[in-house]
Ligand binder design. Structure first.
Ligand code: BGC
Length: 743
């Protein structure tokens, strides 16, 4: 409920907006609702209405571009903090940290003079091959919502709008501008929409970005179902809807639905659908001016909220970028997001005193990743790679020897230009960075095919160069006190614009790891990557550590974990399948198809599928180890206030080190009246405990947590009956069980 003063303020604001709209000419209004440069809307100086400055993206504020070309402006003043990816943040399962991380992003955006930051990416991860999974949080809607909400609040504390993307179900990059996804209503409401709903209703997101794809035949950026019915009517969203860049295709459709600001990759701003073509339709009487007014109002409302206009203008936050204090949050997130997948024989942590010579093997040890991935790329002030982190940590008394171990081909020139320039265009001259119109999407398709072909061509070169690199690495491994392998993926694979061809480690890394494990069975296998990979040698390995792209402090966090100064506490926010063939999408073939896919698996995405089919993944959703152990006990369940269920239980750190445990609460309907997944995550808590300590935890499950979407009634309902409440250390490792009865 809005407080009295707020209500008064709102009324006043709406009146001012109405007045402003009346003063605007049609041309001025049209200028406001489409891009006037690649990242900026049109301003109306006459009335003091500024342009809306936007920037990518989830991992920091992107470098400045020229107004009409996808060429960086080349300044030295747009270097920024490089933040951990959303996939990293999500595996910390720490909403308080998400709030701080959001705050850093918002402050940097504002500091760089932005109004809207095109983040966070909260699409549900449906297939491990999706090229943009690294930008997204999880396969689970409850976890995504729980992390996205505080992140958005943190961003917006800086008078900057979060632009939550990509609404909705942007599940693949293949044919991303054209693909039509058939999704049944229940799946949409239970899996693909809840995080967006929470972003809007709980996070108070000021803006949202329409996705490129179609859902059930409608382009998301022109969808009456998504934008009008669901977003505006059902969820009551009154902020601004911004298109993905080039996501608007039809003037009339976009004009007549709640799409407020058309952005695109092309420099012909007057030809945008919501520019001259819209004016023509209005003049012909096919679209009313009121349709434009509605868009302008939504944009103005956002501007008021951001204090871009109105009486609070002088009190707008000024932001700050590259503040040293932010690095604490960035480091903390990197530390909390690393996931210890396996650790036998106490292989980790290493004892610094016992390691006089450390062999570090693998190209990712010495690689920085901030400058890639598509629109999430960042011009980082700095990025400490794992090798640098280890050396900085150890100082001069430990010898650190390094070998890349495997060959990584250089990126072909054609792929070095911004993908946004190439993806919609079969660029003849890649140096101009100017996208030209290609409504067929053929240029994009050609681009994707060429990248995949390049990966195939590279394989021969890799195979030729690897033997000598393998030899060098094995030699180092034999003669060191400890061996750390740092491999994984990079943004040639985790990238916007195309999906991975498979789920395998590239560059013959599997072969090298197998060899290393033969020479040194205590080789510590670690990864930097944005999405799951197959680990066929994992039975042989004693210690496996997974890290996502974790920001500028990556190397520092890495070293602290390896040497035990930090006790790992991250858990997987997505299933790591044993092999790609185990995924539902591999079975139903409904992923990575150019023009049309059907989400036939319905709700059975991620662990919901693995659970139902009793397929054992390599590492399940929610899995992650610590250097200490935790015991759970004493679950009590109490129905509160008639309907809420209050849980209490105790977690004890029974090991010798301080650590943090992420406890996950799933519900399993016992006698559901409709088909429901075996279990669904509903809430979680991260408990920090020093050695030997225990803590009594209380959590509440609300009635909504028991609901499913009833298609006939078109609403969420909870069936009466028994539900098993599962308290787990992961989705497989259930420690406590109880029954809650809903009347
Ligand atoms: C991406 C968006 C991004 C936008 C602007 C699009 O291609 O899909 O995520 O924010 O470009 O760079």
């Amino acid at each position: 409920m809005l407080k009295k003063d707020e209500k008064k303020d709102e009324k006043k604001r709406e009146k001012e907006i109405d007045k402003l709209v009346k003063k605007l000419t049609l041309d001025e209004k049209i200028a406001m609702i489409h891009g006037a440069s690649l990242f900026r809307s049109g301003a109306v100086e006459r009335l003091g209405i500024p342009a809306i400055e936007t920037s990518d993206g989830p991992m920091g504020v992107r470098a400045e571009f020229m107004d009409d070309r996808w060429i960086p402006s080349g300044n030295q003043d747009d270097m920024v903090s490089y933040l951990p990816s959303n996939s990293a943040l999500a595996s910390s399962w720490n909403p308080a940290l998400a709030r701080k991380m959001g705050h850093v992003l918002g402050a940097e955006a504002r500091g760089r003079g932005k109004d809207v930051i095109l983040a966070p990416g909260i699409n549900i991860k449906r297939d491990p091959r999706c090229g943009r999974n690294f930008e997204y949080m999880s396969e689970d809607p409850a976890l995504t919502a729980a992390m996205a909400v505080p992140f958005i609040q943190g961003v917006q504390e800086n008078d900057v709008a979060a632009c939550v993307k990509h609404f909705a179900a942007n599940v693949q990059e293949t044919g991303r501008l054209v693909v039509d996804e058939t999704i049944d209503e229940r799946t949409l409401y239970e899996l693909y929409l809840p995080a967006f709903k929470a972003a809007v209703q709980e996070g108070g997101a000021h803006s949202i970005m329409g996705a490129y794809n179609k859902i059930n035949g409608e382009y998301c950026c022109e969808s009456k179902t998504l934008l009008d019915r669901i977003l505006r009517e059902e969820w009551g969203f009154d902020g601004a809807v911004i298109s993905d860049w080039g996501g608007v295709h039809n003037t009339k459709e976009a004009a007549l639905c709640s799409m407020d600001l058309e952005m695109s990759v092309f420099p012909d701003f007057d030809e945008y659908k919501l520019a001259n073509p819209l004016k023509e339709l209005i003049e012909k009487g096919e679209v009313s001016e009121a349709a434009v007014d509605a868009k302008v109002k939504n944009l103005l409302r956002m501007m008021y909220r951001l204090k871009m206009i109105g009486s609070k203008k002088d009190n707008r936050e000024k932001g700050v970028y590259n503040a040293p204090a932010s690095r604490e949050t960035i480091l903390r997130t990197a530390e909390e997001s690393a996931v210890l997948l396996k650790n036998e024989n106490h292989t980790l942590p290493l004892d610094e005193k016992k390691v006089k010579k450390l062999a570090v093997i693998g190209a990712n040890a010495a690689k920085v990743h901030s400058n890639g991935g598509g629109s999430a790329e960042i011009k980082a002030l700095y990025e400490i790679c794992p090798l640098a982190g280890l050396k900085m940590y150890l100082g001069g008394n430990t010898e650190v020897v390094y070998a890349p171990g495997y060959y990584v081909p250089a990126k072909p020139k054609a792929f070095e230009v911004n993908w946004q320039a190439t993806s919609l265009d079969d660029l003849k001259d890649t140096t101009v960075g100017q996208a030209t119109r290609d409504e067929t999407g053929e240029g994009h398709i050609k681009g994707e095919q060429e990248r995949i072909a390049q990966i195939e061509r590279d394989k021969a070169e890799i195979h030729e160069k690897n033997p000598s690199l393998f030899r060098q690495a094995l030699e180092l491994a034999k003669n060191a006190d400890a061996v750390i392998f740092v491999g994984g993926l990079n943004h040639d694979y985790d990238s916007e614009g195309f999906d991975r061809p498979d789920m395998k480690l590239p560059y013959e890394q599997d072969l090298l790891i197998e060899e290393l494990l033969k020479v040194r069975k205590d080789t510590i296998v670690t990864f930097v990557g944005g999405s799951p990979v197959e680990m066929p040698w994992r039975e042989q390995a004693q210690a496996i550590l997974w890290t996502y792209y974790a920001g500028m402090e990556t190397g520092n966090a890495f070293a602290k974990i390896i040497f035990g100064e930090v006790n790992p506490s991250g858990k997987l926010a997505e299933t790591f399948p044993d092999k790609y063939e185990d995924c539902v999408t591999a079975k139903n073939g409904q992923f990575g198809v150019w023009d049309k896919i059907a989400l036939e698996e319905g709700l059975y995405c991620g662990y919901r599928y693995f659970d139902r089919q009793r397929i054992k993944p390599a590492f399940c959703f929610g899995h992650g180890l610590s250097y200490t152990n935790f015991e759970y006990s004493g679950l009590t369940l109490k129905a509160e206030k008639g309907k809420d269920v209050k849980l209490t239980f105790t977690v004890k750190n029974v090991g010798k080190r301080a650590g943090a445990e992420i406890v996950q609460i799933y519900i399993a309907p016992i006698a559901a009246q409709v088909d429901r997944p075996d279990k669904e995550l509903k809430t979680f808590v991260k408990v920090e405990l020093s050695a030997g300590r225990s803590k009594k935890v209380s959590l509440t499950l609300k009635q909504e947590d028991f609901m499913h979407f009833d298609v006939q009634l078109h609403k969420f309902i909870a069936d009466a009956g028994d539900y098993e409440i599962l308290v787990g250390a992961s989705c497989e490792d259930i420690r406590l069980r109880g029954i809650a009865t809903l009347n």
